[in-house]
Design a protein around this ligand. Structure first.
Ligand SMILES: Nc1nc2c(ncn2[C@@H]2O[C@H](COP(=O)(O)OP(=O)(O)O)[C@@H](O)[C@H]2O)c(=O)[nH]1
Ligand SMILES: [Mg+2]
Length: 350
């Protein structure tokens, strides 16, 4: 399983590289076209507009990988393990019971220095559509990021999961009565997520080739932002559906699968990979590696059967142990890495 997984990451790197090359090539062709049109006296204002538009579209073109699943399955940890293990800490905050509350888009915009932008939850009170809000940068909180300052980076990214207290009526008018938690005995104040959407402009070799990662919250928060669910997900080129080996496929995993992945009308060519995360919960020191592997294989088969996909589409991983092993640079200090050398050697590396 591990080998296939690392192969897929290798493929992704290769394909993104080709995509980046293709984009550069197209931009070069357009430049030549522009020069030629100018030479021939055909560079009208209409031609100029068309070329500028094509240029912009191409530069903004991304390959989006959306990470979806019920809350606390380890989606955010998986993104940390796969893409951000170069730091000596967890880049995106993950914690038991305190899950990502707002969808987070991670990309690299060369034209601006790294930043975190957050769209305040209060914008739900406005009539504007999410697309309009995305354009209106003044509404967003802007935090410049210093990628060399781990502490600042860590503190800034903790904001993604901030909550705030609002009167119950306000939460209701925001359409958040279901996701809010009661915060005091009087039940007059409730706790709601502070942000609707986060944009993280970061630096990473894969992001620079045009990869965009979409980290999503669980079902509750997703259903509070239906526009996001139904507009952003179908436009993703690939989707990772994350389930937990500790819980197996639950009723709500199944609902998410049906609502978000198996939506009628979603283009079939969209590729879906199912990640059976928290495989470490099946590790057992009193059993042999062969026994453990057969338990993991069996669980992958069960997941495939329930979701009606091929067992080859299910990848058993441990995002957490993988992240720890990579952050610690695979040193023997990680007991899991020491105990499971096969796992360690097949974990994808950049
Ligand atoms: N044992 C174990 N715990 C994990 C693993 N991945 C994530 N977790 C834990 O599960 C909790 C939720 O993780 P998080 O990434 O925030 O889940 P998300 O809500 O799906 O994004 C955190 O406490 C993580 O440390 C894993 O591979 N193994
Ligand atoms: Mg999360």
């Amino acid at each position: 399983m591990g080998e296939e997984w690392s192969m897929s990451i290798g493929d992704l790197t290769g394909q993104l590289h080709n995509f980046g090359e293709w984009k550069r090539n197209q931009l070069h062709i357009m430049e030549q076209l522009e020069n030629w049109l100018k030479q021939e006296g055909l560079y009208t204002s209409q031609a100029q507009r068309a070329l500028t538009q094509a240029n912009l579209t191409l530069q903004r073109d991304h390959v989006t990988v959306a990470v979806v699943g019920e809350f606390s399955r380890g989606k955010t940890e998986l993104i940390n393990a796969l893409f951000f293990s170069d730091h000596n800490f967890r880049l995106l905050p993950t914690d038991a019971g305190r899950t990502t509350m707002c969808p987070t888009e991670i990309f690299q915009d060369q034209s601006e220095p790294p930043y975190l932008r957050l769209l305040p939850i209060e914008t739900r009170l406005e009539e504007a559509s999410l697309a309009e809000l995305q354009e209106n940068k003044e509404l967003w909180e802007y935090i410049p990021l210093d990628l060399d300052d781990s502490e600042q980076l860590h503190q800034a990214l903790l904001k993604i999961r901030e909550h705030k207290l609002v009167p119950r009526e306000v939460a209701t008018s925001m359409g958040l009565s279901e996701v809010s938690e009661i915060a005091d005995d009087m039940e007059s104040m409730v706790s709601v997520p502070a942000w609707r959407l986060a944009h993280l402009n970061y630096r990473h070799p894969l992001l620079s080739q045009g990869l965009r990662i979409l980290d999503t919250p669980g079902l509750n928060a997703v259903s509070a932002e239906p526009e996001l669910t139904y507009e952003m997900l179908p436009s993703a080129q690939a989707r990772l559906f994350v389930v937990g080996a500790d819980t197996g496929i639950t009723q709500s995993d199944m609902e998410m699968w049906q609502q978000l992945i198996r939506q009628p009308g979603v283009r079939q060519r969209l590729s879906v990979m199912v990640v059976l995360n928290k495989a470490d919960t099946l590790w057992d020191e009193l059993r042999t590696e062969v026994e453990i592997q057969s338990t993991i294989d069996r669980q992958c088969e069960e997941v495939a059967e329930l979701l009606n996909i091929e067992p080859e589409q299910v990848y058993a991983v441990s995002a957490q142990k993988g992240l720890v092993a990579r952050v610690k640079q695979d040193t023997t200090s990680s007991s899991s890495a020491r105990a499971y050398p096969t796992w360690r050697s097949t974990w994808p590396r950049r």
